[in-house]
Ligand binder design. Structure first.
Ligand code: UTP
Length: 294
Protein backbone atom coordinates (compact mmCIF):
# COMPACT_ATOMS: atom_id res chain seq x y z
CA UNK A 1 0.00 0.00 0.00
CA UNK A 2 1.23 3.50 -0.82
CA UNK A 3 1.47 5.49 2.44
CA UNK A 4 2.60 8.73 0.81
CA UNK A 5 0.36 11.52 2.11
CA UNK A 6 -1.09 13.77 -0.62
CA UNK A 7 0.05 17.39 -1.01
CA UNK A 8 -3.05 19.51 -0.35
CA UNK A 9 -1.61 22.82 0.81
CA UNK A 10 0.64 25.39 -0.80
CA UNK A 11 2.39 28.30 0.88
CA UNK A 12 3.00 31.52 -1.06
CA UNK A 13 5.56 33.73 0.72
CA UNK A 14 4.73 37.29 -0.32
CA UNK A 15 5.99 39.40 2.57
CA UNK A 16 9.30 40.53 1.01
CA UNK A 17 10.08 44.18 0.30
CA UNK A 18 10.75 43.85 -3.43
CA UNK A 19 13.58 46.40 -3.23
CA UNK A 20 14.90 45.55 -6.70
CA UNK A 21 11.77 47.05 -8.24
CA UNK A 22 11.64 50.32 -6.33
CA UNK A 23 9.99 52.75 -6.78
CA UNK A 24 7.36 50.57 -8.54
CA UNK A 25 7.01 48.52 -5.35
CA UNK A 26 6.86 51.45 -2.92
CA UNK A 27 3.12 50.88 -2.43
CA UNK A 28 2.25 48.04 -4.82
CA UNK A 29 3.39 44.52 -3.87
CA UNK A 30 6.03 43.07 -6.19
CA UNK A 31 3.85 39.99 -6.60
CA UNK A 32 1.19 42.16 -8.31
CA UNK A 33 3.55 43.06 -11.19
CA UNK A 34 2.03 41.67 -14.39
CA UNK A 35 3.54 39.16 -16.77
CA UNK A 36 1.28 39.12 -19.81
CA UNK A 37 -2.31 39.69 -18.71
CA UNK A 38 -2.08 38.56 -15.09
CA UNK A 39 -0.07 39.39 -11.99
CA UNK A 40 2.69 37.08 -10.78
CA UNK A 41 0.55 35.89 -7.86
CA UNK A 42 -2.21 34.71 -10.20
CA UNK A 43 0.24 32.79 -12.39
CA UNK A 44 1.43 30.79 -9.38
CA UNK A 45 -2.08 30.38 -7.92
CA UNK A 46 -3.20 28.79 -11.22
CA UNK A 47 -0.14 26.55 -11.26
CA UNK A 48 -0.95 25.32 -7.74
CA UNK A 49 -4.65 24.87 -8.53
CA UNK A 50 -3.78 22.83 -11.63
CA UNK A 51 -1.51 20.65 -9.48
CA UNK A 52 -4.46 19.72 -7.25
CA UNK A 53 -3.75 22.08 -4.34
CA UNK A 54 -6.84 22.68 -2.18
CA UNK A 55 -5.64 25.24 0.37
CA UNK A 56 -3.71 28.39 -0.50
CA UNK A 57 -1.70 29.98 2.29
CA UNK A 58 -0.38 33.52 1.79
CA UNK A 59 2.35 34.78 4.12
CA UNK A 60 1.76 38.51 3.80
CA UNK A 61 3.03 41.68 5.44
CA UNK A 62 2.47 45.43 5.43
CA UNK A 63 1.08 46.97 2.20
CA UNK A 64 0.17 43.55 0.83
CA UNK A 65 -3.66 43.52 1.09
CA UNK A 66 -4.05 43.93 -2.66
CA UNK A 67 -2.78 40.36 -3.08
CA UNK A 68 -5.81 38.95 -1.28
CA UNK A 69 -8.26 41.39 -2.85
CA UNK A 70 -7.13 40.31 -6.30
CA UNK A 71 -8.83 36.95 -5.75
CA UNK A 72 -12.12 38.43 -4.49
CA UNK A 73 -15.49 38.21 -6.23
CA UNK A 74 -16.17 41.65 -7.77
CA UNK A 75 -19.96 41.97 -8.33
CA UNK A 76 -19.95 45.48 -9.92
CA UNK A 77 -17.22 44.59 -12.38
CA UNK A 78 -18.94 41.32 -13.33
CA UNK A 79 -22.24 43.12 -13.88
CA UNK A 80 -20.67 45.80 -16.08
CA UNK A 81 -18.81 43.25 -18.21
CA UNK A 82 -22.01 41.23 -18.61
CA UNK A 83 -24.07 44.28 -19.66
CA UNK A 84 -21.39 45.23 -22.20
CA UNK A 85 -21.28 41.71 -23.63
CA UNK A 86 -17.58 41.30 -22.80
CA UNK A 87 -17.83 37.55 -22.28
CA UNK A 88 -14.15 36.81 -22.81
CA UNK A 89 -13.15 39.32 -20.12
CA UNK A 90 -15.87 37.98 -17.85
CA UNK A 91 -14.35 34.54 -18.16
CA UNK A 92 -10.87 35.89 -17.38
CA UNK A 93 -12.10 37.71 -14.28
CA UNK A 94 -13.95 34.61 -13.12
CA UNK A 95 -10.74 32.62 -13.46
CA UNK A 96 -9.02 35.03 -11.08
CA UNK A 97 -11.48 34.30 -8.26
CA UNK A 98 -10.51 31.98 -5.46
CA UNK A 99 -13.33 29.66 -4.36
CA UNK A 100 -14.60 30.51 -0.88
CA UNK A 101 -12.82 29.03 2.11
CA UNK A 102 -9.64 28.19 0.22
CA UNK A 103 -7.48 31.24 0.96
CA UNK A 104 -5.72 31.44 4.33
CA UNK A 105 -3.38 34.17 5.42
CA UNK A 106 -0.77 34.69 8.07
CA UNK A 107 1.56 37.62 8.56
CA UNK A 108 5.28 37.97 8.73
CA UNK A 109 5.82 41.17 10.70
CA UNK A 110 9.48 41.50 9.75
CA UNK A 111 10.94 40.13 6.50
CA UNK A 112 13.65 38.06 8.21
CA UNK A 113 14.06 35.65 5.31
CA UNK A 114 12.24 32.96 3.35
CA UNK A 115 12.74 30.34 6.08
CA UNK A 116 11.15 32.66 8.62
CA UNK A 117 8.22 33.36 6.26
CA UNK A 118 7.50 29.61 6.04
CA UNK A 119 7.77 29.23 9.82
CA UNK A 120 5.10 31.96 10.15
CA UNK A 121 2.70 29.58 8.33
CA UNK A 122 3.36 26.59 10.62
CA UNK A 123 -0.11 26.50 12.23
CA UNK A 124 -1.83 26.61 8.86
CA UNK A 125 0.44 23.90 7.45
CA UNK A 126 -0.05 21.55 10.41
CA UNK A 127 1.37 18.04 10.27
CA UNK A 128 1.27 17.20 6.59
CA UNK A 129 3.45 17.59 3.49
CA UNK A 130 3.08 20.95 1.77
CA UNK A 131 4.23 22.86 -1.29
CA UNK A 132 5.94 26.24 -1.41
CA UNK A 133 5.77 28.41 -4.51
CA UNK A 134 7.71 31.64 -4.95
CA UNK A 135 5.79 34.05 -7.19
CA UNK A 136 9.14 35.43 -8.45
CA UNK A 137 9.81 32.20 -10.29
CA UNK A 138 7.62 31.43 -13.28
CA UNK A 139 7.87 28.31 -15.43
CA UNK A 140 6.23 28.42 -18.84
CA UNK A 141 5.09 24.95 -19.86
CA UNK A 142 1.87 23.14 -20.79
CA UNK A 143 2.10 20.97 -17.67
CA UNK A 144 2.90 23.24 -14.73
CA UNK A 145 6.12 22.82 -12.77
CA UNK A 146 4.27 21.94 -9.55
CA UNK A 147 2.15 19.30 -11.35
CA UNK A 148 5.38 17.69 -12.55
CA UNK A 149 6.76 17.76 -9.02
CA UNK A 150 3.59 16.26 -7.53
CA UNK A 151 3.98 13.38 -9.97
CA UNK A 152 7.56 12.80 -8.78
CA UNK A 153 6.47 13.13 -5.14
CA UNK A 154 3.66 10.61 -5.58
CA UNK A 155 6.26 8.15 -6.82
CA UNK A 156 9.15 8.88 -4.43
CA UNK A 157 7.57 10.50 -1.35
CA UNK A 158 9.77 12.57 1.00
CA UNK A 159 10.88 15.97 -0.26
CA UNK A 160 11.04 17.20 -3.86
CA UNK A 161 12.54 20.46 -5.08
CA UNK A 162 12.65 21.96 -8.58
CA UNK A 163 16.18 22.35 -9.94
CA UNK A 164 17.96 23.72 -13.01
CA UNK A 165 21.51 24.29 -14.17
CA UNK A 166 23.06 27.75 -13.88
CA UNK A 167 26.42 29.19 -15.05
CA UNK A 168 29.17 28.51 -12.45
CA UNK A 169 29.85 32.23 -11.96
CA UNK A 170 26.24 32.63 -10.74
CA UNK A 171 26.18 30.00 -7.97
CA UNK A 172 26.45 32.77 -5.37
CA UNK A 173 22.91 33.89 -6.24
CA UNK A 174 21.12 30.59 -5.54
CA UNK A 175 20.71 27.54 -3.33
CA UNK A 176 23.01 24.89 -4.84
CA UNK A 177 22.57 21.10 -4.72
CA UNK A 178 25.18 18.50 -3.86
CA UNK A 179 24.11 15.78 -6.29
CA UNK A 180 23.95 12.06 -5.58
CA UNK A 181 22.56 9.44 -7.98
CA UNK A 182 20.89 10.69 -11.16
CA UNK A 183 17.98 8.94 -12.82
CA UNK A 184 16.86 10.86 -15.89
CA UNK A 185 15.18 14.05 -14.71
CA UNK A 186 15.25 13.01 -11.05
CA UNK A 187 18.37 13.57 -8.96
CA UNK A 188 19.15 12.52 -5.42
CA UNK A 189 19.91 15.52 -3.19
CA UNK A 190 22.92 14.76 -0.96
CA UNK A 191 23.36 18.27 0.36
CA UNK A 192 22.27 21.90 -0.08
CA UNK A 193 24.28 25.11 0.25
CA UNK A 194 22.85 28.62 0.06
CA UNK A 195 24.65 31.04 -2.28
CA UNK A 196 28.12 29.41 -2.34
CA UNK A 197 31.00 31.11 -4.19
CA UNK A 198 31.79 29.51 -7.55
CA UNK A 199 34.93 27.74 -6.27
CA UNK A 200 33.07 26.22 -3.29
CA UNK A 201 29.81 25.24 -5.05
CA UNK A 202 29.26 21.44 -5.01
CA UNK A 203 27.62 21.64 -8.48
CA UNK A 204 26.00 24.13 -10.82
CA UNK A 205 22.50 22.77 -10.17
CA UNK A 206 20.39 25.40 -8.45
CA UNK A 207 17.12 25.32 -6.55
CA UNK A 208 14.20 27.05 -8.29
CA UNK A 209 11.34 28.47 -6.16
CA UNK A 210 9.18 25.31 -5.99
CA UNK A 211 9.34 22.88 -3.09
CA UNK A 212 7.36 19.94 -1.70
CA UNK A 213 8.47 19.41 1.88
CA UNK A 214 7.65 17.29 4.88
CA UNK A 215 6.40 19.15 7.98
CA UNK A 216 9.54 18.22 10.00
CA UNK A 217 11.32 21.09 8.26
CA UNK A 218 9.26 23.42 10.48
CA UNK A 219 11.01 22.08 13.60
CA UNK A 220 14.38 23.10 12.16
CA UNK A 221 13.06 26.51 11.07
CA UNK A 222 11.90 27.14 14.65
CA UNK A 223 15.57 27.43 15.71
CA UNK A 224 15.66 30.82 13.89
CA UNK A 225 19.27 30.25 12.81
CA UNK A 226 20.49 32.86 10.36
CA UNK A 227 22.60 31.96 7.34
CA UNK A 228 23.68 33.62 4.08
CA UNK A 229 22.88 37.36 4.02
CA UNK A 230 22.07 37.14 7.75
CA UNK A 231 18.59 35.84 6.79
CA UNK A 232 16.74 32.80 8.14
CA UNK A 233 17.24 30.60 5.09
CA UNK A 234 14.90 27.80 4.06
CA UNK A 235 17.83 26.02 2.40
CA UNK A 236 19.66 25.54 5.73
CA UNK A 237 16.67 23.81 7.36
CA UNK A 238 15.97 21.70 4.26
CA UNK A 239 19.58 20.52 4.35
CA UNK A 240 18.97 19.11 7.85
CA UNK A 241 16.26 16.77 6.52
CA UNK A 242 18.72 15.05 4.21
CA UNK A 243 19.73 11.65 5.50
CA UNK A 244 16.59 11.06 7.57
CA UNK A 245 14.11 11.52 4.70
CA UNK A 246 14.09 10.94 0.95
CA UNK A 247 15.15 14.13 -0.88
CA UNK A 248 15.00 14.53 -4.65
CA UNK A 249 15.43 17.28 -7.21
CA UNK A 250 13.40 17.40 -10.40
CA UNK A 251 14.86 18.83 -13.61
CA UNK A 252 11.47 20.08 -14.72
CA UNK A 253 10.27 20.66 -18.27
CA UNK A 254 9.64 24.28 -19.24
CA UNK A 255 11.31 27.66 -19.49
CA UNK A 256 12.11 29.26 -16.13
CA UNK A 257 12.02 33.04 -15.63
CA UNK A 258 13.44 34.84 -12.60
CA UNK A 259 10.84 37.60 -12.42
CA UNK A 260 12.38 38.99 -9.21
CA UNK A 261 15.14 40.68 -11.22
CA UNK A 262 14.45 43.49 -13.67
CA UNK A 263 16.08 41.68 -16.59
CA UNK A 264 14.29 38.40 -15.84
CA UNK A 265 11.01 40.31 -15.58
CA UNK A 266 11.47 41.84 -19.03
CA UNK A 267 12.49 38.46 -20.47
CA UNK A 268 9.39 36.85 -18.95
CA UNK A 269 7.13 39.44 -20.54
CA UNK A 270 8.74 38.71 -23.90
CA UNK A 271 8.43 34.93 -23.38
CA UNK A 272 4.81 35.05 -22.26
CA UNK A 273 4.03 37.64 -24.95
CA UNK A 274 5.39 35.34 -27.66
CA UNK A 275 3.39 32.43 -26.23
CA UNK A 276 0.16 34.46 -26.21
CA UNK A 277 -2.25 33.11 -28.85
CA UNK A 278 -3.78 36.54 -29.50
CA UNK A 279 -0.73 38.79 -29.71
CA UNK A 280 2.22 36.38 -30.04
CA UNK A 281 2.73 36.96 -33.78
CA UNK A 282 2.74 40.74 -33.31
CA UNK A 283 5.20 40.50 -30.42
CA UNK A 284 7.49 38.53 -32.73
CA UNK A 285 7.27 41.32 -35.32
CA UNK A 286 8.13 43.95 -32.72
CA UNK A 287 11.18 41.97 -31.59
CA UNK A 288 12.29 41.59 -35.22
CA UNK A 289 11.98 45.36 -35.70
CA UNK A 290 14.11 46.10 -32.65
CA UNK A 291 16.74 43.51 -33.63
CA UNK A 292 17.07 44.87 -37.18
CA UNK A 293 17.70 48.42 -35.86
CA UNK A 294 20.91 47.38 -34.06
P1 UTP B 1 13.12 37.69 -2.53
O1 UTP B 1 14.29 37.83 -1.62
O2 UTP B 1 13.38 37.49 -3.97
O3 UTP B 1 12.13 38.92 -2.42
O4 UTP B 1 12.17 36.55 -1.96
P2 UTP B 1 12.28 40.34 -1.83
O5 UTP B 1 13.14 40.38 -0.63
O6 UTP B 1 10.88 40.84 -1.68
O7 UTP B 1 12.93 41.12 -3.07
P3 UTP B 1 14.22 42.07 -3.18
O8 UTP B 1 15.40 41.14 -3.16
O9 UTP B 1 14.17 43.04 -2.03
O10 UTP B 1 14.02 42.73 -4.51
C1 UTP B 1 11.44 35.62 -2.74
C2 UTP B 1 10.00 35.53 -2.24
O11 UTP B 1 9.95 35.32 -0.83
C3 UTP B 1 9.19 36.33 -0.18
C4 UTP B 1 9.13 37.50 -1.16
O12 UTP B 1 7.92 38.23 -0.99
C5 UTP B 1 9.20 36.81 -2.52
O13 UTP B 1 7.91 36.45 -2.97
N1 UTP B 1 9.83 36.66 1.10
C6 UTP B 1 11.16 36.92 1.16
C7 UTP B 1 9.05 36.71 2.25
O14 UTP B 1 7.82 36.47 2.22
N2 UTP B 1 9.65 37.05 3.43
C8 UTP B 1 10.98 37.30 3.52
O15 UTP B 1 11.46 37.59 4.65
C9 UTP B 1 11.75 37.24 2.36
Amino acid sequence: MNDIKPVRKAVFPVAGLGTRFLPATKVMPKEMLPIGDRPLIQHVYEEARDAGIEEFIFVTGRHKNMLQEHFDYQPELMKTLKTRGKDDMLEKVRDSEMPEGKLFTTRQAKPLGLGHAIWCARKLIGDEPFAIILPDDLVLNDTGCLSQMVETYNEKGGNVIAVKDVPREETNKYGIVDIGKEDGKIIEVKGLVEKPDADKAPSTTSVVGRYILQPEVLDYLAAFETGAGNEIQLTDSMAKLIGSQAFHGLKFDGKHYDCGSRLGFIEANIGYGLADKKIGAQVKEIIKDYSSND
